[in-house]
Write a protein that binds this ligand. Structure first.
Ligand code: PLP
Ligand SMILES: N[C@H](C=O)CCC(=O)O
Length: 414
C-alpha cells in the first residue's frame, strides 16, 4: 500500500498526481523502486514483467550493461557542457547512415519537440500553412497536433485539448489511416498544404498496421501534390529494425522524426531529412529551433551505446518477432483480435483487427480494463490502456515470453 499513500501525497502536488496523464492508473498507480532487464520492482514489493517498457524506448530492457557502462563513463566527464560534444557527431553519423531519408539531423530533448520543429520546417520550406495528420496519430503534446490525437488523449476521452488556439488547429487537417481516397481528396482540395505527418505504423491507438501498398501510395500521392512527407518514427525508429519503418517498407519520406530508442532510455528527440531542407534550420538557415539540453553528452553516450548494441545484435529482431507470434498463438480463439509487428503487439477487444482510429475506438475498453487487472495480478504489466502499444525487449527471454503467453491465455479465457 506504499504506492497508494504516495499517490495521495502526489495528487496534492501534481495535477492528477502524475508527470504524464497515461500514468494516472486508478485508484492509484504502482510506484517503481527499481528496474532491471525485463522486470520492474514496485515499492509494494512486487516483481512485474514489463511489457510497457517506458512506452517504447527500452528495446534493450531496463538498465542494460552496454548502456549503463556508456552512461557511467560519460558521468565521470560531466553531463552538460553548453557547447558541442563529440558524442553528438557520433550519434548523428549513426542515424544518418541508418536512415535513407536523413542527410542531416538536429537533436532535441523529446519527440514532441521533434515533430513541432519538423512541422515548422515543412511550413517554412513550402511557404504553406496547413498540415495533414492522421486521425488518432499521436505526435506529442504541442498545439498543432492535439487534434484527434491518440495515446493518453484518447484514453482520457479528451481528444482535443483545452487551451489550444482555434485559429492554429484550423490549419491541421485530418484523414483516416489506410484511406487513400480520402487522402487524395484532401490533398487535391487545397494548395496550402505543407506536409503530411504520419506514424507509418500507428503506435498510439494500438498498433494499427498499414494495408499492403498503403505507405508506398502515400509517398506517391504526396509527391504528386508536392506535399512534404514527414514520417514520425518516434516509436518505430529502430523498433521495427535498423532504419525503422522507412527501411522495412522501402518508403523514403522527406523528413523523419525520431525519439525514444535513440536515447538509450534517456530523454531525446531528433528530426532529420534531406540536406536542402535541413539547411534551412538555424543557424544555417531561417527556421529557428534551440534547446538547453539538446545533444547533451549523457544522452548522446546512452543513445550511441544502444544503437551500437542493436547493430551488433540484429538477431534480436527476429527473436522478438517470434515472441509476439507466440503470444498471438496463445490468444487464438479468445474472440478479440491480435495485432503484432516485430516486437510491437496488442490484443484488441474487438473481433476484427482495426484498420484505423475509428475502428480501434470500437474496442470494449471495460473488458480491456478487467483483463489488464488480471494480468497485473499475474505479475505482467502491460500499458494501462487499450490504445497504447505493448512491447517486448531484448531482455525478454523465451522463458519470460512463455510466461506472458500463458498469462494472456489464462486471463482471456477466465
Ligand atoms: C509517434 C510519437 N510521436 C511523438 C511522441 C512524443 O514524444 P515525447 O513523449 O518524447 O515528447 C510520441 C510519444 O509520446 C510518439 O509515440
Ligand atoms: N503513447 C505515449 C508515447 O508514445 C505515451 C507516453 C506518455 O504520454 O507519457
Amino acid at each position: 500500500m506504499k504506492s497508494g499513500e504516495l499517490f495521495e501525497r502526489a495528487k496534492t502536488l501534481m495535477p492528477g498526481g502524475v508527470s504524464s496523464p497515461v500514468r494516472a492508473i486508478q485508484p492509484y498507480p504502482f510506484y517503481v523502486a527499481g528496474a532491471a532487464g525485463a522486470y520492474l520492482k514496485t515499492l509494494d514489493g512486487e516483481r512485474l514483467i514489463d511489457c510497457c517498457l517506458g512506452y517504447g524506448p527500452l528495446l534493450l530492457g531496463h538498465a542494460p550493461d552496454a548502456v549503463r557502462a556508456a552512461i557511467e563513463a560519460q558521468l565521470a566527464d560531466g553531463w552538460l557542457y553548453g557547447t558541442p560534444c563529440p558524442g553528438e557527431v557520433a550519434l548523428a553519423e549513426r542515424i544518418a547512415a541508418d536512415h535513407p531519408s536523413i542527410d542531416m539531423v538536429r537533436f532535441v530533448s523529446s519527440g514532441s519537440e521533434a515533430t513541432m520543429a519538423a512541422i515548422r520546417l515543412a511550413r517554412a520550406a513550402t511557404g504553406r500553412q496547413d498540415i495533414v495528420k492522421i486521425e488518432g496519430g499521436f505526435h506529442g503534446a504541442h498545439d498543432a497536433v492535439l487534434v484527434k490525437a491518440g495515446s493518453g488523449a484518447t484514453t482520457m476521452g479528451v481528444p482535443d485539448s483545452a487551451g489550444v488556439v482555434a485559429d492554429l488547429v484550423a490549419h491541421t487537417r485530418q484523414v483516416a489511416y489506410n484511406d487513400l481516397e480520402g487522402l487524395d481528396a484532401l490533398l487535391s482540395s487545397s494548395e496550402d498544404i505543407a506536409a503530411l505527418i504520419i506514424e507509418p505504423v500507428m503506435g498510439n491507438v494500438g498498433p494499427v498496421l498499414p494495408e499492403p501498398g498503403y505507405l508506398q501510395e502515400v509517398r506517391a500521392l504526396t509527391l504528386d501534390y508536392d506535399v512534404l512527407l514527414i514520417f514520425d518514427e518516434v516509436i518505430t525508429g529502430y523498433r521495427l529494425g535498423i532504419g525503422g519503418a522507412q527501411v522495412r517498407y522501402g518508403v523514403t519520406p522527406d523528413l523523419t522524426t525520431l525519439g525514444k530508442i535513440i536515447g538509450g532510455g534517456l530523454p531525446i528527440g531528433a528530426f532529420g531529412g534531406r540536406r536542402d531542407l535541413m539547411a534551412m534550420v538555424a543557424p544555417q538557415g531561417p527556421v529557428y529551433q534551440a534547446g538547453t539540453f539538446s545533444g547533451n553528452p549523457l544522452t548522446m553516450a546512452a543513445g550511441s551505446a544502444a544503437l551500437g548494441w542493436l547493430h551488433e545484435n540484429r538477431e534480436i529482431y527476429a527473436r522478438l518477432d517470434a515472441g509476439t507470434r507466440r503470444i498471438e498463438e496463445a490468444c487464438a480463439g479468445a474472440g478479440g483480435s491480435f495485432v503484432r509487428l516485430g516486437s510491437m503487439f496488442k490484443y484488441f477487444f474487438r473481433p476484427a483487427a482495426p484498420t484505423n482510429y475509428a475502428e480501434a475506438k470500437e474496442s470494449d475498453t471495460a473488458a480491456f480494463r478487467r483483463f489488464w487487472e488480471k494480468m497485473l495480478k499475474k505479475g505482467i504489466f502491460v500499458p494501462p490502456s487499450q490504445f497504447e502499444t505493448n512491447f517486448l525487449s531484448a531482455a525478454h527471454t523465451d522463458e519470460i515470453i512463455e510466461q506472458i503467453a500463458d498469462a494472456y491465455s489464462t486471463c482471456l479465457s477466465e
